[in-house]
Design a protein around this ligand. Structure first.
Ligand SMILES: [Zn+2]
Length: 201
């Protein structure tokens, strides 16, 4: 599995993507992401922070179900189909375009909470994640002010496993996955690996 795989509104989940799954925090994630997530949860707990995982791997069918439900909910509030799809697309990836279908994404929340929290970044759990997730190979996938690049509004709960050292470089440089992939393309492999080695120290 390519942990740097790009899945967004333009690039769909590859047809042959069948991640090997393992449990983490009550959900299923791609096997490396699951191991890293379990380590992350353990480390947070050791710091006195109880983080819960709300959502991990989703099948394409389930993503379609979520999409249709959201569109239906908006339409029952009186919105047109186009408007309902537009609003749904702000926070939800369309079917075949969700990172959750790769098993590399997970949504975190606070213990006991059964939904995502817009204010997660200001809770001890969100603050811990912001500071530490990159140590475990995870990045905040849809940061504030980067909607024009990611195509998705700020989601303080959605983290994406990219593995080390990528997560550290992305965090240190304040990049999105899209920018990081572009940045890697522009640099020669030698220069890039020397930079990565420097960041690892
Ligand atoms: Zn998510």
């Amino acid at each position: 599995m390519d942990h740097l795989m790009l899945v967004d509104s333009v690039t769909s989940v590859p047809k042959d993507c069948e991640p090997q799954l393992a449990p983490a925090g009550g959900v299923l994630l791609e096997i490396s992401a699951a191991a890293a997530c379990n380590e992350l949860l353990k480390a947070a707990l050791a710091d006195g922070v109880a983080i819960a995982v709300l959502s991990g791997y989703r099948t394409g069918e389930y993503q379609r179900l979520l999409w249709n439900k959201s569109v239906h909910d908006y339409m029952s509030e009186g919105l047109s189909f186009d408007e309902a799809e537009r609003l749904t697309g702000r926070y939800l990836a369309s079917p075949c375009h969700s990172e959750h279908e790769t098993g590399l994404a997970c949504d975190f929340t606070t213990w006991g909470c059964t939904d995502t929290r817009d204010d997660l970044a200001s809770t001890p759990e969100g603050i811990w994640l912001c500071r530490n997730a990159a140590r475990f190979g995870f990045i905040l996938r849809y940061p504030r002010m980067k909607e024009h690049i990611t195509g998705i509004a700020y989601e303080p709960w959605h983290y994406r496993y990219v593995g080390l050292p990528h997560s550290r470089v992305i965090r240190e440089r304040g990049l999105t996955l899209e920018e990081y992939l572009h940045y890697r393309e522009e640099r020669s492999p030698c220069a890039f690996s020397a930079e990565n080695d420097a960041l690892k120290k």
